[in-house]
Design a protein around this ligand. Structure first.
Ligand SMILES: [Zn+2]
Length: 272
């Protein structure tokens, strides 16, 4: 059982009918004193090849808050992989994209801007245990099980001339927000208003710490699939509470880790 959505590389966009309410704050206006329609919301960012769009589903203030973490993730840890895999907006000529890298050259720490095509491209993601709320783990304890990485470019893992090399760091708090935003959007797509959301505080950046009670994953890595990304929603029960759990598999085609995010609880009368 469950609801699934697979995103194929370069697939056409799937648009859902206008919601006319912000899915994050419930506002019906894009901004105050303005009759402009609410913004369309990509469940997985367009910059990551996302193809599922909720029309008229975000106000300006929520869009801004989301951009602050989403763009940060897309422009740091996921930047070189997106360019390498050809997942990006066509702003620049292919092959011209650059990235700032740091490393040690001839005994000196340097920071230089290099074309992405000239650096080794690594995709680096966290492996997480299950969301704490599903297994009774306290909310302030993280169950991080290490890192998953894959070198996407061929050749040396260090650029020519460098003795050591560092790629952008992963901001784990922003990455949790990034996953939470995807999970909430997908839960809204599948369930509409028929659930009580749990991720809004984290998405609206009111939370100050990563919520590993709500954001977790499967400890193993699955086999690579034919899809670029995969989404699925299932109900899970713990302590008599029914949780809507969104499975997020980014870069499924590369065999990247699977994330489980608790998007909400069932409204008692509506639980199937
Ligand atoms: Zn809003």
């Amino acid at each position: 059982m469950g609801n699934t959505f697979a995103i194929k590389d370069r697939a056409p966009v799937t648009r859902r009918q206008p919601r006319e309410r912000c899915i994050y704050c419930d506002s019906s206006r894009y901004r105050e004193k303005d009759t402009r329609n609410l913004g369309d919301e990509h469940i997985i960012a367009e910059g990551l090849g996302g193809t599922l769009v909720l029309e008229q589903a975000a106000c300006e203030a929520c869009e801004r808050g989301i951009n602050s973490f989403e763009q940060s993730i897309l422009k740091t840890v996921l930047y070189a992989p997106r360019i390498h895999l050809g997942i990006r907006r066509k702003r620049r000529k292919r092959g011209q994209e650059t990235i700032k890298v740091q490393g040690n050259v001839a005994g000196k720490e340097i920071s230089v801007t290099l074309p992405v095509k000239n650096i080794p491209v690594l995709l680096f993601l966290l492996i997480l245990g299950p969301p704490g709320i599903l297994v009774g783990r306290p909310s302030d304890i993280a169950d991080t099980r290490g890192a998953w990485f894959k070198q996407l470019s061929s050749g040396s893992p260090i650029p020519i001339g460098f003795e050591s090399f560092s790629s952008p760091i992963l901001d784990t708090f922003k990455f949790c927000q990034f996953l939470a935003k995807i999970a909430h959007g997908y839960a809204v797509d599948v369930l509409g208003d028929e659930f009580t959301p749990t991720l809004l505080e984290l998405i609206r950046t009111e939370a100050t710490t990563a919520r590993y009670d709500l954001v977790g994953g499967l400890s193993g890595t699955g086999e690579p699939s034919e899809n670029l990304h995969e989404l699925e929603l299932n109900w899970e029960t713990n302590n008599g509470i029914n949780y809507a759990v969104v499975t997020i598999r980014l870069f499924a085609s590369l065999g990247a880790p699977t994330y489980l995010v608790v998007a909400g609880t069932a409204k008692p009368a509506n639980f199937p």
